[in-house]
Design a protein around this ligand. Structure first.
Ligand code: HEC
Length: 153
């Protein structure tokens, strides 16, 4: 292949991804990456998903009211509808119900390599990460506190 052809094919692959991305449903989402061993046992504290106080604190963290360096809403949107390109739509239960406690905690702690999703572990305590997760979980549950009975790995 010539250099030009390589460039052209890359462009076409890009387009195909863009087009299919628009139509992709959760059924054909690729499997989630495995949770590293040091996070594998992370579990939401009992009652944490629906704890009103925790959710309230989580909301402040999410909106950047706790710390301006931690402003989830700047990418994920105030209501979970992404405002930055590449950010996941946290209102989609098909996406969010695939997250185990451990997976979710791990991603918020460590971020997602090569994306805008940065690590929060130096900025938030473990308790605060659980709080922001409980808040986020509402987006895929009609804006209401919800347990994780929707969880489908
Ligand atoms: C600067 C933009 C930005 C900020 C701020 C941000 N995110 Fe993200 N987030 C992203 C992007 C982009 C992705 C998609 C990463 C990928 O491609 O897997 C993402 C993915 C996620 C995911 C899904 C992880 C996965 O692997 O699918 C969760 C959960 C999440 N973010 C939670 C949060 C929380 C909680 C905060 C605040 C503490 C936050 N994000 C702050 C950009 C951001």
């Amino acid at each position: 292949m010539t250099r030009r052809n390589v460039g052209l094919s890359a462009l076409m692959v890009g387009w195909a991804l863009l087009l299919s991305g628009g139509m992709a449903s959760a059924e054909d989402l690729p499997p989630l990456p495995a949770v590293p061993p040091e996070y594998a046992d992370k579990k939401m504290p009992a009652g944490g998903w629906t704890d009103q106080k925790a959710i309230e604190e989580g909301g402040k963290i999410y909106r950047g009211e706790f710390k301006t360096e931690v402003n989830c809403s700047s990418c994920h949107g105030k209501d979970g509808a992404p405002v930055k390109k590449g950010a996941r739509d946290l209102r989609d239960p098909k996406l969010v119900c695939r997250f185990s406690d451990a997976f979710w905690f791990w991603r918020v702690s460590e971020g997602v390599p090569k994306t805008k999703m940065k690590a929060n572990k130096g900025l938030l305590s473990e308790e605060q990460i659980w709080q922001v997760m409980a808040y986020e979980n509402q987006f895929s549950h009609g804006g209401k506190p919800a347990d994780r009975s929707c969880y489908k790995p």
